[in-house]
Design a protein around this ligand. Structure first.
Ligand SMILES: Nc1ncnc2c1ncn2[C@@H]1O[C@H](COP(=O)(O)OP(=O)(O)O)[C@@H](O)[C@H]1O
Ligand SMILES: [Mg+2]
Length: 366
């Protein structure tokens, strides 16, 4: 799928913009402060309901405006018709529409807009806390398996209930019930993630050549239980929750479970964040995110859309060209921003592309 047109109102410096994209390469050129990241934030709000730069929507809405609006026309490969999607948002309410119908939850909009945003802070995926890596693998599971989202939502609700029982002695009677419910979802959710990881690893293998050679990259997923506990063994899970009970009551938190699982990324057997340089971290995080996007579907046509903010900012010339070469090989839609200087020395002559220039939040196709 690909975005044919996007309309943005009141996203930071962008008062109003409409861009017609090309199915493959789209390059947005602009000086610092011109509105490049603002456009990608609008895409992110469409796809995830929130910006990658701020959790407060008020910061993203243009000063003195009431709400942010982002509409898009999506070309799906199994249909000639364009899917029309949109979100309007402020800190009081969110309105989502798909084909002129009001939609209640963000997940439906996200399903229609599988956009992976790669930005200068994407290295946090490797250097940051485990919740970022869980979210990373869950993103793939969400697009891969239609049941994942319901199960995951249920899990979060049950976990919350169990934690209430741990905290509140008057609710303690319900603890065995919620523990049992929690146990029932461990295995299926872990399996969704294992399937997601398998697809991710397949895609990494396909694309890593030329970008990540030499050092052996391994990604493993732990269960969130001690390594000798089999997540498929309900009795073993019962026993471990029982064993941990006093501590869980003391901390008011459920210590074990897939909400504590860890995606371990290692290079030659050592945790990646400890061994690779800043430049390599950058390349590695980009590799992971491109592979993530390719894993949104096993169907070649339904793979995700890749949006890259300031691609060239922190890469040396060599890595820049290697990355561009890799991006040319992926068959997905790419929306990429850069300063004009960032493109110096990069050869894009052979590829079909649309270029835009942005200044003071206004976009012009060139
Ligand atoms: N809520 C806002 N309303 C209006 N302008 C904003 C808002 N937030 C940031 N800006 C302005 O947007 C500009 C930054 O835009 P940005 O998209 O980050 O530029 P770029 O990515 O091209 O460097 C800055 O000039 C900043 O002052
Ligand atoms: Mg920027």
């Amino acid at each position: 799928m690909w975005i044919k047109q996007i309309t943005v109102h009141h996203c930071r410096i962008i008062q109003q913009a409409q861009l017609n994209f090309f199915p493959r390469f789209n390059i947005i050129l602009g000086d610092n402060g011109s509105g490049k990241s603002s456009l990608l934030e609008a895409l992110c709000i469409l796809s995830r309901g929130r910006s990658y730069r701020s959790s407060r929507i008020n910061e993203v809405i243009t000063h003195h405006a009431d709400s942010i609006l982002c509409n898009a026309k999506i070309k799906q490969d199994n249909s000639d018709k364009l899917l029309s999607v949109g979100i309007q948002k402020n800190n009081k309410q969110t309105q989502i529409r798909i084909n002129q119908q009001n939609i209640k939850n963000q997940a439906e909009l996200s399903k229609a807009t599988p956009i992976t945003i790669i930005h200068p802070d994407s290295v946090n995926l490797i250097t940051g806390g485990p919740s970022l890596r869980r979210a990373f693998i869950d993103w793939i599971a969400f697009y891969q398996n239609p049941d994942f989202y319901q199960h995951w939502k249920q899990y979060k609700r049950i976990l919350r209930q169990r934690n209430i029982c741990l905290r509140d002695p008057s609710q303690r009677y319900a603890l065995p019930y919620w523990t049992e419910q929690l146990i029932a979802l461990q295995q299926p959710l872990h399996q969704y993630r294992i399937a997601a990881l398998k697809e991710l690893n397949n895609n990494i293998k396909k694309i890593q050549h030329g970008l990540w050679d030499g050092a052996k990259l391994d990604i493993e997923l732990s269960t969130g239980f001690p390594s000798d506990v089999d997540i498929n063994d309900t009795n073993a899970l019962q026993a471990i929750y029982q064993q941990r009970l006093d501590n869980d009551i003391k901390s008011h938190k459920t210590f074990y479970g897939i909400h504590r699982s860890e995606l371990k990324i290692s290079i030659n057997g050592v945790i990646a964040s400890q061994v690779v340089s800043r430049g390599q971290l950058k390349i590695l995080s980009i590799l992971l995110l491109i592979a993530q996007s390719a894993s949104a579907s096993t169907n070649e046509q339904e793979k995700g859309i890749i949006a890259i903010d300031d691609l060239t900012a922190e890469l040396d010339d060599n890595n820049r060209q290697r990355l561009i070469d890799l991006l040319i090989k992926t068959k997905q839609q790419l929306i990429m921003t850069t300063t004009p200087q960032g493109m110096e020395g990069i050869n894009l002559n052979s590829i079909e592309k649309t270029m835009f220039h942005v200044k003071h939040g206004e976009f012009e196709s060139i």
